[in-house]
Design a protein around this ligand. Structure first.
Ligand SMILES: [Zn+2]
Length: 320
């Protein structure tokens, strides 16, 4: 037995392609990158994880746009941090959104909405007496989201994991006249050990404690379903699972349970693991990346965030 496909159908590559169940497409790929106010472009653990200075944002995106980049996810790296994360309200991200939308009108601009890159304590919300103040956090996140929508963002992605953040953003966006701005919810965001290179790039490690109190336990999947249901009820347009590769079962469950588009974030630690594996074994990095992203797609994700997107786009040049 072996394959369910008759050997006739497996004998030629064209036939294998014809009957394959899963394909990556440019439309579903999102490149996450970091925008800083000034300085030179910096790579963190390889080309994919990049801090781009605001002045070079267009030049950076242009070659990728020409290769067919459809969507980008922006994170901000502010010049200074403070207790309230005030750099989140007006900084390089807002300017970068406006510049990208002007230069590349066809690009979907998605923005991260959180405070951890901007706060001196590195937590995702407003901290008072050593604890996150939920009300003030929701207020601050709403203000950030509206500023991104004003700059032209198509999708905002609240990642602070504050209870009620999706509903708060939806109400704030609608009240400001941005009914058309979508919300991508980090519904199942796990307290993972795989975020280290990201935190290095974003400069957002918590100065005290950790984020386990507001991120999910990796031993649980039902909790993720509940979060997805809550986010849907609050008005999320897209539901996300993060990280991706060790959480394919969660992606699959989301796909089966929810009719909304499902996004998966192949995080910085997954990226570095693949890079290190390829360096140690001489395996072709693009081939590994293609396999991993296709598996994430196969599990049910419509949208995939990956630092490999620039590399993958080059191979997709030959694709339909
Ligand atoms: Zn955060």
């Amino acid at each position: 037995m072996g394959s369910i496909l008759p050997s006739r159908l497996r004998a030629k590559e064209n036939l294998r392609n014809m009957v394959s169940e899963t394909a990556l497409s440019r439309n579903g790929l999102v490149w996450p990158f970091f925008v800083k106010a000034e300085g030179r472009p910096e790579e963190v653990h390889g080309k994919g994880i990049t801090r781009v200075p605001l002045g070079e944002v267009e030049a950076f995106v242009e070659p990728l746009y020409e290769l067919g980049l459809k969507s980008a996810l922006l994170f901000g790296v502010p010049q200074r941090k403070d207790g309230a994360g005030s750099g989140a309200f007006d900084g390089p991200v807002q300017s970068a959104i406006a510049r990208l939308k002007r230069c590349f009108p066809g690009l979907n601009v998605i923005t991260d909405v959180c405070l951890c890159q901007y706060t001196d304590h590195g937590h995702c919300g407003v901290v008072e007496d050593g604890r996150i103040n939920r009300g003030k956090t929701l207020e601050a996140l709403s203000k950030v989201a509206v500023s991104h929508a004003e700059a032209g963002a198509d999708v905002v992605a609240p990642s602070a994991m504050a209870d009620g953040q999706v509903g708060a953003l939806r109400r704030a966006l609608d009240a400001a006249g941005f009914e058309g701005t979508c919300i991508m919810a980090y519904s199942a965001k796990y307290a993972s050990t795989l975020y280290a290179p990201f935190r290095e790039a974003a400069g957002s490690s918590p100065a005290f404690g950790d984020r386990a109190a507001y991120q999910m336990d990796f031993r649980n999947s039902r909790e993720g379903i509940l979060e997805g249901e809550l986010d849907l009820a609050e008005g999320a347009d897209i539901l996300m699972v993060k990280p991706a590769m060790p959480y394919l079962d969660v992606i699959k469950e989301f796909r089966e349970r929810f009719t909304r588009p499902i996004a998966a974030y192949q995080v910085s630690g997954e990226y570095v693991m693949i890079k290190e594996y390829c360096r140690a074994t001489g395996t072709d990095e693009t081939k590994v990346a293609l396999e991993m992203l296709t598996c994430i797609r196969r599990a049910g994700a419509n949208i995939i965030m990956s630092y490999f997107v620039p590399e993958i786009l080059k191979t997709l040049e030959r694709w339909p």
